[in-house]
Design a protein around this ligand. Sequence first.
Ligand code: NDP
Length: 236
Amino acid sequence: MQTTRTVLVTGGNRGIGFAIAAEFLAQGHRVAVTARSGDGPTGSMTVRADVTDADSIDAAFTSVEAELGPVEVLVANAGITRDTLLLRMSEDDFTSVIDTNLSGAFRVVKRASKGMLKARFGRIVLVSSVVGLLGSAGQVNYSASKSGLVGLARSLTRELGSRNITANVVAPGFVETEMTAVLPAEQQAEYLKSIPAGRYATPEEVARVVVWLASDDASYISGAVIPVDGGLGMGH
Ligand code: NDP
């Protein structure tokens, strides 16, 4: 029997975030999602927030705390890509991806940690990517932001670990969502060749790992990077 928690997932209106919110709901937790547009799955509370704006994050947490209680589980999932080769990458392409994927995670983690420290309990899961560890041509901005999450989670583990707060990273490979649907067919086929599993992941396959990392069963796991990539990164 798992303890029922209050969960907040950023970017829970579609893709992997939506699947994560749905899986937490299916396991009986109280779930809120942040969204800039649209809504989370039926049964979740949707709050408007942009992870590049600390005030909107603060307001979102305050509403969730009032409705569902302090956030015990935080999933930092919101992310964007702006792929292009280094010589064509503008400063804005680089900083906007870092601002959303890495600084955005920092902002939500910082806000969530207040309640977690008070409660002496917290589960933080950061959604990274296999390319944060392997690198990826055309994704200098994105892979830098995603590997930054590993340092973030490991430093959180050292700083907050003694307060019963864990911080882990999930590193998905290629997942079928709107983010990957826009890639040219040839590029998708090229990726497929390098995946030992011979197929892409579904958002639900990532969601189940995230929910498990936040569960009572994973209470002694922290600072870990868990790949969900069909073998693409060979355990990295
Ligand atoms: P989608 O593009 O389908 O969804 C992205 C989500 O992030 C949306 O909910 C979006 O909200 C939200 N978001 C983007 N920018 C902001 C912002 N500034 N503030 C708040 N929310 C924001 O992507 P996926 O579901 O595929 O990706 C989810 C996460 O998983 C990302 O971090 C991504 O990098 C990572 N990932 C994805 C992989 C894949 O193959 N798909 C592989 C590895 C990692 P809105 O709808 O309002 O824009």
